[in-house]
Design a binder for this molecule. Structure first.
Ligand SMILES: C[S@@+](CC[C@H](N)C(=O)[O-])C[C@H]1O[C@@H](n2cnc3c(N)ncnc32)[C@H](O)[C@@H]1O
Length: 303
């Protein structure tokens, strides 16, 4: 990928520009249909704007709307700023989606008529060895969406108890061999790079399994970025910054996240589920974009 060809910092932003279209938005037609189905004016918040793939399609399809694009990752934000520099209807801000109410207040905007959250990580992040998200490329074991703050995956692994590591792998990665893998990690500490970790995992299960590697890496990423706490905080105050009638869509890649969204739209009084209750990508989309495989789209209306 581009970042491997241009590893030097000075060339990274150039590299990001080249690769910004390498992230293919998941279930983009379904997302656009949902939002265009009931809206033609107001504010649409893309709380996980990433490379701006969904946002680009939405801003074209909904010319009467204004857009607030938020992402936790400073590298994603610089891609978004450059991609939408010619579009005065799109405002870009770096931050967590939990900060959207403050950003709306600071900018003097009205509450949102629409909100999109496409959770997880983008292909751009996954493919950049310097970010440490992938077991396929050698790189520092970092995994922070915002690398200016927080604890890296290496720091977590090198200080946590074996039990805590096993719990993370089991709960967030849904991996049954969690104890064996955690024991091997603790025995081989310090662990500093992606391939060191991959080798330890492979050694502990005595084979090379991409499925297990990807579960363990996913679990660590969720822990490093406190993704489930973030999602709980978003869910808790989503009704404070969305208008009655607002259309809200979540794309999740993990069963725990999906369950939280299912309960939000089904069981809380401020929302109703939009029909169908959920959508998954078709075979054709999965063939073209394997990352879409585990995605699920849920849509709700604020009442
Ligand atoms: C799957 S990508 C989004 C891709 C985007 N929909 C597109 O089409 O280009 C997920 C993005 O969410 C961002 N992200 C993850 N957690 C976040 C949070 N709590 N607040 C804001 N952004 C977050 C990641 O940095 C990543 O860029």
């Amino acid at each position: 990928m581009c970042a491997e060809r241009y590893a030097e910092d000075s060339l990274r932003s150039h590299c990001n520009q080249i690769d910004m279209l390498s992230h293919v938005p998941v279930m983009a037609d379904e997302v656009v249909d949902f939002f265009t189905g009931g809206l033609n004016e107001g504010l649409l918040v893309d709380g996980t704007a990433g490379a701006g793939g969904h946002l680009e399609m939405l801003s074209r399809a909904m010319p009467g709307m204004s857009f607030l694009a938020v992402d936790r990752d400073p590298a994603a934000v610089s891609i978004l700023r450059s991609r939408f520099s010619d579009n005065p209807d799109v405002i870009v801000r770096q931050g967590s989606y939990t900060e959207v109410p403050d950003i709306i207040k600071e900018l003097g905007l009205r509450n949102a008529s629409a909100a999109l959250f496409d959770l997880g990580l983008s292909s751009i992040q996954l493919d950049d060895p310097l970010r440490g998200f992938s077991y396929r490329h050698e790189g520092p074991l970092d995994m922070r969406f915002d690398d200016s703050t927080g604890t890296t995956a290496a720091e977590l692994l090198n200080k946590m108890t074996e039990k805590k590591i096993a719990d993370i792998i089991y709960n967030y990665g849904e991996e049954g061999r969690s104890r064996r893998i955690a024991k091997a990690i603790v025995r081989n500490r310090p662990v500093n790079t992606t391939l060191e970790l991959a080798e330890i995992i492979d050694g502990s299960i005595r084979r090379n399994s991409f499925k297990i590697l990807s579960r363990v890496f996913q679990a660590l990423r969720i822990a490093v970025n406190e993704e489930l706490d973030q999602l709980d905080r978003l869910i808790d105050d989503l009704d404070s910054w969305t208008k009655v009638g607002a259309r809200i869509a979540f794309i999740t890649f993990h069963s725990i996240e999906d369950r939280k969204i299912k309960l939000l739209f089904r069981d809380t009084p401020s929302y109703r589920q939009h029909s169908p209750r959920w959508v998954v990508p078709g075979e054709d989309e999965i063939r073209k974009n394997s990352r879409a495989r585990s995605a699920r789209l849920r849509m709700g209306i604020r009442i």
